[in-house]
Write a protein that binds this ligand. Sequence first.
Ligand code: C6P
Length: 413
Amino acid sequence: MTSTSTAPSFDVGSLRSQFPILGTTVHGRPLVYLDNAATTQKPVAVLESLDDYYRTQNANIHRGVHHLSEVATFEYEKARGKVKNFIGAADVREVVFTRGTTDGINLAAHSYGRKFLTEGDEVIISAMEHHSNIVPWQLVCDERGARLRVIPMNDGGELLMDEFAAMLSARTKLISVVHVSNSLGTVNPVNEIVALAHRNGTPVLLDGAQAVAHMPVNVQELDCDLYAFSGHKMFGPTGIGILYGKKELLERMQPYQGGGDMIRSVTFEKTTFNDLPYRFEAGTPPIAAAIGLGAAVDFIGRIGMSAVRRHEEDLLRYATERLSAVPGLRIIGTAREKAAVVSFVLDHAHPHDIGTILDREGIAVRTGHHCTQPVMQRFDIPATARASFSLYNTREDVDALVKGLAKVREIFA
Ligand code: C6P
């Protein structure tokens, strides 16, 4: 099998040169970075925007009348506008800056769940959720006397849609499902989920942590009510994320955290709240990180998400083919619709040992339960090794992984 790259218009070499870390070595070997579902690397454009902000623009926002405060406020709000366009939101007021996906889902659980859930109500999640989309709902359901229900999946890692449809009732108050599974790679039929939910009058939150950097996402086309994702998984800094929400829904939700900037007026008797989206952004936000996320959005925009998706589909096909040929290797997650995430187990080798041996070869993969313990229970395994790809990965990276696994097999034979 040859290692030629496919999509001719997609210049991986030039993209890679924009990521300084990809030119470094680990244990004396060139870095092969295959842990993109955990976090992506950062291009020069993002690094420079952070540096530039702190060197020339640093000030608090929405507060000062002085020049720097106005510049910082302008840049922060410009970043919000870029995100709005990137996800196809109708209005900047629908784009709430958060600390990340986890923070966004917790915001939704508190602000929606505490206001709208009552005794006997139901929240539906799926069997392949990240802990971030399980625990916040467990907490709020416990508090409100509501019930958490789980859409089951088949052995390939696909949701059983008939069972989902049968679960919907007047008691269903929210559906919160992952767009793309981080441990199986499944791309869920989110359009169908939203359509069924809306027919039942139920809003839908999508966890887009593993989707936004890998495929075109348009929240108006998805028609989802809430959509959460993290900046650091899409070439931006850590500590920043987005909760998109339809304006009518956000307006009905109660504030999550209290503090500066989220109020209109405060007396000891009564507080009135600021407009959207500031009502959900209490305190000084991660200003530099938001601006860095704006730079990440510009970076992705220059490439185009459809081209990214095509490139990663090629990597997925190639990786699946080559890994399937490794004796004793079993891929966990074989859905028909997948993103470029390949989880696997290997006979006689624990995933942690696989990860450690690969690391000595300069190859970074993640091992463990990937914060999806119920997925591991469903497949009756303790953990997997996971290679997750991004726009800068190549077929040569896949070849390096397969070669590294040959070493693992040699040691554990
Ligand atoms: N998954 C992974 O290695 P935060 O930590 O808030 O940025 O993202 C949480 C999260 C939520 N949902 C999904 C589907 C995710 O994949 C993640 C993060 C990482 O798979 C770290 S566990």
